[in-house]
Write a protein that binds this ligand. Sequence first.
Ligand code: ZN
Length: 250
Amino acid sequence: MPGPCNLKKKRKQQAKREKKSLLQRTDDYKEEEPSPPPVYEPATESDVSNDPCPDYDHDELLPATPNIYDPGTGPRIRSAREFLSSYFAQPPSLNDPLCAEFAHEEILQMLCTVLPEEAAIILWYNKSRAKGRVCPSCRRLYNLGDVLPDLIQDSSKCSLEPRSSNLAREQFISGLCSPLCFVMASFNHPGAIKATWGRVAEEMDDVTWDLLNGPGVGVGDEGLGLLLKMTRLDDLGLAQLCLPDVDVDI
Ligand SMILES: [Zn+2]
């Protein structure tokens, strides 16, 4: 009589049969293909001439990782240097006097002496382009005025919140794209976060400026804390950082 117990028994038997036939197939396979010991034969001239692409490095056939990718919150770059020479990078805004000053190659070289290369390139790009931005923290690619998706994804909130004026100013000043990225960049100076957000040096009090000038809590931040401080100053503080004895007018 068919019942749960019988069904169980039947399934067990079937599984046994399947296992057995699988073993048999494996044995058959073994019988059909006796595996001779591998013999190493050096490549002959004729082998080489049969290669349709003898000069081609076959490793290059592997697809390269794209420099721009989108994790769902907008396009981001992996390498700032690669991005800078790509089609996607905007040209320097030479019509804007301040951007044109920053667009000089020498400025990038100076930035590279005080910041890690990636941070230096991103800062240089942001200061020499009127609208194009790369967030120094999350490396999101955007334009000033874009409404960006929240980095912490919550689709119900996404893009609907009114833009804070501090956020717009921060994007203009440093390129940091969101409150979260700003907090990441100021991680070394937690006491200065609120008073620095969206402000430049002359809008900040001495206590905040002293905090930014201090050593901070000593977290390795790949230059983000220094970038945050530099961007509060019109000339990024380069005159003081690189040429303390020369009067540079940017
Ligand atoms: Zn960001």
